[in-house]
Design a protein around this ligand. Sequence first.
Ligand code: SER
Length: 335
Amino acid sequence: MKSYGLNELREMFLRFFETKEHLRLPSFSLIPQDDASLLLINSGMAPMKPYFKGDKEPPRHRICTCQKCIRTGDIENIGKTARHGTYFEMLGNFSFGKYFKKEMCAWAYEFSTEVLKLEKDRIHVTVFTDDDEAAEIWEKVGVAPDHITRLGEDDNFWVAGPTGPCGPCSEMYYDQGPEVGCGRPDCAPGCDCDRFLEYWNLVFTQFDRQEDGSMVPLAHGNIDTGMGLERVAGIMQGVVSNFDTDILRGLVGVGERLSGKTYGVDEKVDLSLRIMADHSRAITFMVGDGILPSNEGRGYILRRLLRRAVRHGRLIGIEGPFLKEFLDAIVEEMG
Ligand code: SER
């Protein structure tokens, strides 16, 4: 398998879907437009809700993007696990009534095996409990029956927020090998350990969830997929932690340089280095989209991230203002 950088993988994904007649759009702002259910954009589909609901006409009925996302629900886990991040990019392709499960699963498999060239034996998928159709399609495109796991509502039904477009989903996993995980003989996709890494979520968006919890069927079946750019970079670069992928590892390096400490020696220092690497990207992209620190809403989230980043810098001995150093590195790599 060839190792690709984050910037190359982003381009490979978007190009692939352009060959499938998708319109490539730039990432939307992190600030949701006309959407009171979200403080910050948290997935590729979030800015496209009006297209899913049929409230607005999309510029094309097939779209692909790489969307800047912020999720802070798990902020206490950042740096402690291999995968959590407040800022990440989500690669996605979307169909507003143009294609559905059959095409989607075939393309997802094609991209995984022919473009990324992932080993077929290591690809696993999950489907929603009673989604026989998706299970059959996966088998047809080449996934071995014992690599298809059925999961229930908590895992394989995707909702963007309390209300809005949602539906059953099917996830693609990459088996990183028994040495990476919990070692239990029954370890399988859905296990909490790192062995089976979910890298792509394919949502079959069919309902509009109302405030009272009822599910109103949408006019037609839609597709919303999300592939974690950092996760797929981890797979391609043969590393288990997102913080060892090219761009994040570069930012960990900025922290090393500023503090004079070395990554991988002391777990406490590593935690601070990872938190600074993660938070500095979130801060940079939030400010870039016009968010400023304040006492409430989005501004408060930004303020909290700023304080945490600075505090972890102090904890490992960095003095004076230093976040600009991260910003320069981020602009250099991602500007
Ligand atoms: N909306 C789904 C997710 O965020 C797929 O894009 O996982």
